[in-house]
Design a protein around this ligand. Structure first.
Ligand code: N01
Length: 482
């Protein structure tokens, strides 16, 4: 006799879509994907800033179960990726499971099931909760004195307002991560002036991100799915090279770092500007920025790099530590995210009344990215340690979802009613992570969103084979089941 399994997936971004499709394929159909936004896609729904482009090649940045032969560009634009997500949701019959515009605010484990509450006061009951709530979701708004007095619009890139006029205006862009670099490149041609406030410059690898996917390639991938599968597989395999570069000090890492230095040297001739744009840490230490247009944009007559720290905003502009006042009409905050919130600020209460905030008082922590001691029948997809910097996130999400299916199956077959990872297994995993982080490039002395408040590095420091092995099937010794 099999049992019904009621599942709630929180989040309809890439991780939620991967989980929903994987569960359905495995025969689990009693699931709801709850999404607070008005559309699927996660970051690709929330981020709509000008110039939004994925800096991972499109033929890798896609689901294994839905290879797309027809990307318009070798590096897809944000709108293209968002269309791809919508199309998958329709094509794989996931739309009927979606509940959009619905925010889960609380989840409590009681009497063997999860009771979830929405912001509208509705409740839902689930045997399993899968949190696919994303990583780079909550915008970080810096506390700049006087920001509320600025007379023009102030917009965070992750909550872009399409009504904001930037063409013909003087635009301040604050932040030099992947986002800031893309926004500056996109706004510079039309703006009256772009002032890039670069408190800490970043290394920028040059890549021709404007290239279209050749027609012949699209035709071949369409006509021969086996060729497409082979290409996808090879590209995935090649990501091992990147994993090796970031995790192991070697000539391969030094070669990529030399390329980053060359990208700067070859494109910025002015020694003063080059010095200002040179970071004081090793290339690859932060999430690597990739762009084929930024250095060109920042050397245009209407662009200005401002490296002095911002001290305040006034009604008409931005003042920096050297006393200069920069008059601007619009301020764009490309200032990143609270990258370690995961499913917070949802109030999650597990076994014996323990809250997620209590469990994570020293920072987010999970077993193999997916299970948390104290929280039975709850899993995360792209949870703590899941940002990889090298392994495609779709691969991690799909592999994690298949791992969760193993527990759903045992529940359905009546073998278990409750599953919870042990504290010991979680400790052991986190100790292995801490060891493996040691020789990584992320640990070479820079301040990045990878660092938690506790000073740990919240990334996956192993290669793809290790990820695949760790999530191949659950180790019963690592769980308490009843
Ligand atoms: O954010 P970030 P992001 N005054 O955290 C600065 C992904 N992504 O949105 O370094 C002045 O990297 C801060 O300065 P500092 C990708 O994983 C992917 O750019 O703290 N500056 C920093 O420069 C990426 O890594 C794509 O000194 C202030 C910046 O804000 C991640 O998103 C595209 C400041 C924040 O940089 C995050 O990137 C875009 C202040 N008061 C993003 N406060 C793809 O293509 C903060 N900063 C896939």
């Amino acid at each position: 006799m099999t049992r019904r399994v009621r599942i709630v997936i929180i989040g309809a971004g890439m991780a939620g879509i991967a989980a929903a499709h994987t569960f359905r394929q495995a025969g689990f159909t009693d699931f709801t994907v709850v999404e607070k936004g008005s559309d699927v896609g996660g970051v690709w729904h929330w981020n709509r800033y000008p110039g939004l482009t994925c800096d991972v090649p499109s033929q890798i940045y896609q689901f294994g179960f839905a290879p797309n032969p027809a990307w318009s560009h070798l590096w897809a634009t944000g709108p293209d990726i968002q269309r791809y997500h919508r199309e998958i949701v329709d094509r794989f019959g996931l739309a009927a499971h979606l509940r959009l515009n619905t925010e889960i605010t609380a989840a409590r484990y009681q009497d063997g099931s999860w009771l979830l509450t929405t912001s509208g006061g509705d409740t839902m009951t689930a045997d399993f909760v899968v949190c696919a709530t994303g990583v780079l979701h909550h915008p970080f708004i810096p506390d700049i004195p006087g920001m509320d007095r600025f007379a023009g619009p102030v917009v965070h890139t992750a909550r872009w307002d399409p009504d904001i006029q930037t063409s013909g205006k003087r635009v301040a862009v604050i932040g030099t991560g992947s986002t800031g670099v893309q926004v500056v490149s996109a706004l510079q041609p039309e703006a009256a002036a772009v002032l890039h406030f670069a408190r800490s410059p970043q290394w920028i690898l040059w890549a021709p991100m404007w290239l279209r996917q050749p027609r012949a390639l699209t035709t071949a991938l369409r006509r021969w799915p086996a060729l497409h599968a082979f290409t996808f597989d090879r590209l995935q395999w090649m990501s091992n090279i990147l994993a090796d570069v970031v995790t192991t000090p070697s000539w391969r890492r030094r070669a990529v770092q030399a390329y980053a230095r060359l990208s700067l040297r070859a494109q910025i001739r002015d020694p003063h500007l080059r010095a200002t744009l040179t970071p004081d840490y090793q290339p690859l230490c932060k999430r690597q920025v990739v762009s084929g247009s930024y250095y060109r944009a920042i050397t245009r007559p209407n662009a200005l790099l401002v490296s002095d720290p911002i001290t305040e905003m006034t009604p008409t502009g931005v003042r920096t530590a050297d006393g200069a006042h920069h008059e601007v009409d619009v301020v764009v905050l490309a200032t990143g995210f609270h990258a370690h919130n995961y499913m917070r600020p949802m109030s999650i209460v597990g076994r014996d009344g323990i809250t997620l905030d209590e469990a994570w008082v020293k920072g987010p922590r999970a077993y193999r990215m997916t299970a948390i001691p104290g929280f039975p029948n709850l899993f995360t997809v792209l949870g703590p340690n899941s940002p990889t910097g090298s392994i495609p996130l779709q691969y991690s999400a799909e592999t994690t979802a298949r791992y969760i299916v193993a527990w759903l199956t045992r529940f359905r077959d009546g073998e278990i009613t409750e599953v919870e990872v042990t504290e010991e297994a979680t400790e052991e995993f986190n100790a292995a992570v801490a060891d493996a982080i040691g020789p990584t490039v992320w640990n070479t002395g820079c301040n990045s969103w990878y660092l938690t408040e506790a000073g740990t590095i919240d990334l996956w420091p192993f290669d793809r084979a290790t990820l695949t092995r760790m999530l191949a099937e659950p180790d019963p010794g690592h769980y308490r089941v009843s």
